[in-house]
Design a protein around this ligand. Structure first.
Ligand code: PLP
Length: 403
């Protein structure tokens, strides 16, 4: 295969989660009762009002191209919602570009801002696509290890240590996938001030912002004055907050010139987001009644998180994990079980699926194969059963290790 494809995809690697997912699918086909806690999406349905708006748009014939940047009704609804979430600050809808999921906005931003010889800092662990997207822009991702004493977050000192003249950007994800950690307002402010000083672009991925276990939405870059946001791109979307992963609606809020360039790029790639989904998303962002669905979903995640954390403390004492403050993941460390025959979290997850038919995601997907991600976007019954299986396997492996 070497040489068959272009240099554009030379650094692309298939998702590290695939092997476990494939094995889980095979077992399920054989009739095995697989418990899947690997999902990266809410287990809830799209709110009824939102789904109905999508159907209505289809029936009304809203089935043609829209402007590349999205329909003004949606951009205005997003601007209003962002404004409400950040204490009424002004948000200009003209600077919002709607895309096919948040992922496309991340891609657009990276392609427009970074290129060969540029470096982009990515606090680690990190969502699996960031380094891949940076590579697709021909730039170099630089993993900045988070501090375990600090929920695997990074400080300004950590960022500084990895910064040289080639660093052009930072991709900051809060609440975080895979850790559930959330940067506080003062931590966020310090990072924005640092980035401004250094002239580094901040790509703030706030896709989990509304899934927060503190008061209100998680702290956002939009909580700060304009002078800190001159080189900041906010990346967000409907996927997680409104359980709309399949509708593929995301957006970027960027300084005007960058928004224009991202829009031009999008005009030559996807032409913009699905029309009917945009109308559904208008309902999601504009109708305050939908916020009740969001609140109910977040309350369920919070309850599950509390149960999960309590069970980990009681039944897996000594197992290190990040206490999630947002999103719907629990990230825990498994290297205390490592042996010659079980040297990685990937192998741990393979054993889990073979022995207990439990699917989790190894930390290799996020940059550190000593950790495992458990998603609690699953029913309460499924979650309880999943933890039963995990505890059983843990004891089994501890027993094997002691022999
Ligand atoms: N950013 C993070 C941190 C994610 O976890 C995900 C999805 O898993 C995305 C972005 C992509 O969102 P979308 O499905 O809207 O493209």
């Amino acid at each position: 295969m070497n040489g068959l494809f272009s240099r554009n995809v030379a650094a692309l690697t298939p998702s590290a989660t695939l092997a476990v997912a494939r094995e889980a699918a095979r077992l399920r086909k054989e009739g095995v009762n697989v418990v899947d806690l690997g999902a990266g999406e809410p287990d809830f349905g799209t709110p009824k009002l939102v789904a109905e708006a999508g159907i209505r748009a289809t029936q009304k014939g809203e089935t043609h191209y829209t402007a590349t940047e999205g329909i003004m009704e949606l951009r205005a609804a997003i601007a209003r919602r962002l404004s409400l979430l950040s204490g009424g600050r002004a948000v200009n809808a003209d600077n919002i570009i709607v895309s096919n999921g948040c992922k496309q906005s991340i891609f657009n931003a990276c392609l427009c801002l970074f290129g060969a010889n540029d470096k982009v800092l990515i606090p680690s662990p990190a969502w699996t696509s960031y380094p891949q997207i940076v590579h697709l822009a021909h730039a170099m991702p630089v993993a900045v290890p988070g501090d375990q004493e600090w929920s695997l977050k990074v400080s300004v000192a950590d960022l500084d240590r990895w910064t040289d003249d080639a660093v052009k950007g930072l991709i900051l994800n809060s609440p975080s996938n895979p850790t559930g950690a959330v940067y506080t307002a003062s931590e966020l402010k310090a990072i924005l001030e640092w980035a401004k000083r250094k002239g580094v672009w901040v790509l703030a991925d706030e896709i989990y912002r509304q899934i927060h276990y503190g008061v209100g939405p998680a702290p956002s870059v939009l909580d700060f004055p304009d002078d800190l946001l001159e080189r900041v791109v906010l990346l967000d979307g409907a996927s997680k907050a409104f359980a709309m992963t399949g509708w593929r609606i995301g957006f970027a809020l960027a300084p005007r010139e960058l928004a224009k360039t991202m829009n031009a790029l999008q005009s030559h790639t996807t032409s913009g987001a699905n029309t009917m989904a945009q109308w559904a998303a208008v309902e999601a962002y504009a109708d305050d009644a939908v916020q009740a669905d969001v609140a109910a979903m977040v309350a369920a995640f919070r309850r599950r998180r509390d149960t999960l954390v309590a069970r980990f403390r009681a039944e897996l004492p000594g197992v290190e994990f990040v206490e999630p403050m947002g999103a719907f993941y629990l990230y825990f460390r498994v290297d205390s079980l490592f042996t010659k025959t079980l040297p990685t979290a990937t192998e741990f997850c393979r054993r889990l699926i073979v022995d207990e038919a439990l699917a989790l995601v190894p930390g290799a997907a996020f940059g550190d194969d000593r950790w495992v991600r458990l998603s609690y976007a699953a029913s309460d019954a499924m979650l309880q059963e999943g933890v039963d299986r995990l505890v059983r396997e843990w004891k089994r492996l501890e027993g094997e290790r002691a022999q």
